[in-house]
Each structure stands twice: as C-alpha cells, then as structure tokens.
Design a binder for this molecule. Structure first.
Ligand code: ADP
Ligand code: MN
Length: 294
C-alpha cells in the first residue's frame, strides 16, 4: 500500500518537519519556509533536505512565487496520525485499503497484539481551500486549512461518540484510539446489511437495530443521522445475527433542531428496507416512539 510504504520511508526528522507545518497551517495558506526553520532546532540544510523528500513523496505541497511555503496534503496528515497511533501502541501495521468513500478512506490494520482493526481516515471537503490569502487578526475563527480542521473534528466526533455508545452497550465497533482525523476501531467481521441476503431472523435484527438507536438517543443523547443498510454490518455470533451500526461522525445531539427529523429519517430508512426485503410488518411511528423512550 502506498500509504504504508511512504510511512516507512520517513525518519524522526521528517515527522518533526510535518508537525511544524501542521501546527502553523491555521495561520497560513502555505507556511513560509522561514517560519518552518525558525520553529525547528535543526540546521536549515536538514530542513531543506527533509522538505525536498516530503514534497517528492507528496506529503506536502510546495508553493513557489513571491515566497516559498509549504502545506500538508491529506497524505501528510495521514502519516502524522499513523505516527502518533504507532508511538502510543494503538496500531502496529497498516493493511489493505477496504474502501474509499466520499468522506473517508478505510484500511485494515493490526495492533501490536496482532488483532485486526479498522483505521478510518476522515476526508472532509477535499477541495475547499482554494483562493485564500494571508490574514493574522482572525486566524482563530477563520482558519485557512478548514479541510484540516474539519477532518480532525470528524475524527474526534466519531471517536467520542463511539466511546459513549460502546460504554452503554450499543452494538457499535469498539473504539481503540484516534489521532487527528484517523479513528481506530475493532474490525467487525461481517457484511453490510444491503448485501446480506437471507436473514434468518429479520424481525430480531430490526429490533436490535432499534435498541441501538434507543441507547444512542436515551442514554447518550444523540441521533445517527445517516443510517441506512450501508452503515449496518451484520455479524453472526453464537448462531445469532447481530447488526452493528457504524459511521457516526455526522451524529447530532437530541436537542439539535434537526434531531427529530433525522431520527425519523433514520428509522424510516431501516423500516423501509426490512419491509421491502423481508416483508416485515412495521409500524414506523411505534418504532420512533420506542427509540425516543416514550
Ligand atoms: P464512509 O461511509 O463515511 O466512507 P464508513 O464508516 O461507513 O465510512 O466505512 C466505510 C466502509 O468500511 C463500510 O461500509 C464497511 O464496509 C467498512 N468498515 C467500516 N468500519 C468497519 C469496521 N469496524 N469493521 C469492518 N468494516 C468496516
Ligand atoms: Mn458509511
């Protein structure tokens, strides 16, 4: 895999250079080379060599012109996150890419103990940082690198939501750690509900899905907001089908003005799926009341 191979080519110095660029990114469209040098205690020839290498590996992008500057690419952010996860003993190796979504890249991975895990790199607004100029006074409210901030926020949100959901016993992958935009969870050895054709007990699966939504709403206080047969993984454990709900970064709190509408949509999607594929007779209103704990 490109990402894993690229990661292996880096030495401590390269990670330090990347980290400085990351830290300065909210203040600059491209972080000026003078700023990078000033923040690092290493000879400027070393900084230059490292930047050259990082640029070739496409971990940073160079801007030439009235000043020379650098910014991180998504791959640059990926290797910083990997570095932190490895240093903290959360991750040992990165495996195959399992999927590319609009909003994420998902890889398999291994922990130091040899357990199989998922590493999900959030991708938000891949192209939303064009024509931006340098500003100092409101850097905190209007960061240039909005894609960076948004991707990190998505990672943090998903990890924290999973932590709380897992704690109350909802059927979600166990969260193992995160760094920046990368979230590591347990690997669910299952298939998406939409490809799972011959359910043994569809009614029971539907009930379990509603129970997870109810725990999310009543005990954690959140609504998934993007639920469908694509975000449910079915696993067979002890001869029983267990539906795990994944993909939580867009959740909303139940006090949010759209919460009611999103909850309704989540429940309706799932109900419609079970009605169509399995002819399950469902009363959507009753399910919604159940999920809300009424
Ligand atoms: P997105 O849809 O935003 O790209 P998801 O969290 O839904 O992100 O993950 C994308 C795909 O990766 C899922 O449809 C599933 O096939 C796989 N996947 C995600 N998390 C896990 C997991 N914990 N275990 C196994 N497969 C997973
Ligand atoms: Mn998804």
């Amino acid at each position: 895999v490109l990402l894993a191979l690229t990661y292996k080519k880096l030495v401590d110095r390269d990670f330090r250079v990347l980290a400085v660029i990351e830290r300065e990114m909210p203040r600059y469209e491209y972080v000026p080379i003078e700023v990078i040098e000033r923040r690092l205690r290493m000879p400027s020839s070393h900084v230059a060599m490292s930047l050259q290498k990082l640029n070739q590996l496409k971990l940073v992008r160079r801007r030439l012109g009235d000043y020379t500057g650098y910014r991180l690419t998504y791959m640059g952010l990926d290797v910083l996150a990997l570095h932190s996860l490895v240093e903290r003993g959360i991750l040992h190796a990165l495996g195959d890419k399992l999927g590319v979504g609009k909003e994420s890249d998902v890889y398999s991975g291994l922990t130091p103990g040899g357990e199989r895990v998922i590493v999900k790199f959030h991708r938000v607004g891949r192209t939303s940082f064009q024509k931006i100029v340098r500003v100092r006074h409101y850097a905190a409210e209007r960061p240039y690198s909005s894609w960076l901030q948004l991707a990190k926020l998505a990672g943090q949100r998903e990890f924290r939501a999973l932590e709380e959901l897992y704690r109350v016993g909802a059927l979600v992958p166990k969260p193992l750690g995160y760094s920046r935009h990368a979230v590591v969870t347990e690997y669910i050895e299952g298939v998406e509900l939409y490809v799972y054709k011959d359910a043994m007990e569809p009614e029971s699966m539907l009930r379990d899905i509603m129970e997870t939504l109810r725990k999310a709403y009543v005990e954690v206080g959140i609504v998934h907001g993007d639920l469908s047969e694509y975000n449910i993984l079915v696993v067979i454990e002890d001869d029983k089908e267990r539906p795990y709900i994944i993909d939580w970064p867009q959740y909303v709190e139940k006090e949010h003005p759209s919460a009611e509408q999103l909850l309704r949509r989540d429940v309706e999607y799932v109900a419609r799926f079970f009605r169509k594929r399995y002819r399950v007779d469902v009363d959507t209103e009753k399910l919604i009341r159940y999920v809300k704990g009424e």
